[in-house]
Design a protein around this ligand. Sequence first.
Ligand SMILES: [Zn+2]
Length: 426
Amino acid sequence: MALSSYYKQLVDQRRELHQWPEPGWTEFTTTNYLARKLKAWGYEVLLGTKVVKPEACLGRDEKEVQAGLQAAREHGVSEEFLKATEGYTGCVGVLDTGRPGPTMAMRFDIDCIPVQETDDPNHIPNKDGFRSKHNGFMHACGHDCHMSIGLTTAKWIVDNKDSLTGRIKIVFQPAEEGVRGANAVAASGVLDDVDYFLGSHIGMVAKYGEVVIDPWGFLCTTKYDVTYDGKPAHAGVEPNAGRNALAAACAATMQLLGIPRHGSGMTRVNVGILQAGTGRNVIPAHAKLVMEVRGETAAINDYMSEQAMNIIKGCAISYGVKYDVRTMGAACDMKNDPEMVKMLREVAGTIPEVKQITGEANFGGSEDASLLAKRVTEHGGKAAFFVTGADRKAGHHQFNFDVNEPALDVGFRMFTGMVKKICGRK
Ligand SMILES: [Zn+2]
């Protein structure tokens, strides 16, 4: 079948998936959709703790997970399937061609953003009737596109199995937003036998017709939730009896923002949320900081983390309050394998829609595919990540985000082209 005959599948699946976006670690309806298709096409489907290591999960909220399970039941997802997930979303489809050859893994992220989709009648999901039906949530980062590219690639692989060798793993990773999911997928070991690992993001820094084959500037990052616990007291009668968690959190925030820059590379620090206090005349006994640090390399990110931990602890001591730090997300830097960059260049060169092949470009954000790539390279494999350009209607994570659907076709041709290069029968 010609590659162009897959276009309808690419668009239809994307539009179906766009209608039921689910936030990280709650993607049960989505996982069911993906797993059913993979299974129907002959893939062995790995679920639950085969693809996610529970102890390595970051930023997983049990209450949200339960809500996701309930929503899946209301969507008619079977109890049998939900039991098979063991409460963990995401899945990996494995196809063995039966011929000796390399093991190749491709990663597609599946979660959404907590943002309400725009009501603008000109927004194409509104115009064409496929807007989000999950109030307050939206595929506003293009992960619906990623999943459809992954599924369509999976189908192409089955249709072309006779011309392929080795084993192929289609990895549908949960909870990319906030870089929470990859840590647990990596730790599960499901990628440890992988020779070639490939990931991609749609949009970002590249326009439709452009493919970035060697992006750099993936910032290492660690996300923390910090809580301070003090003691309440009457602010007029005996403030001295209280232990002020709000004051500790404010002092910590000011000091965190003042961590010295690092001479060897980029750093970032942000306190995004500070919540504290219960009433005007009460010494605030509880405070919560939602924060992150970033660094150009692992060493620089470690420096930022260490400084942050010292400040958080120091402020707790200063104000006589207890503190707790939870790691909510993590990603590292990554560098593409040169052999795979060469392959990506060759594949991009065969795609008629691709008018510009960009070598290096600043990715300018964090991506937890980096943790999967790290795991693969630690086990002797090669890894690469590319950017599939798209014409965006708005910035990522905005309520009117959308991409031109022909961009999905470029992504699909990149992935299938790489499968041919890596697993094609010689
Ligand atoms: Zn994204």
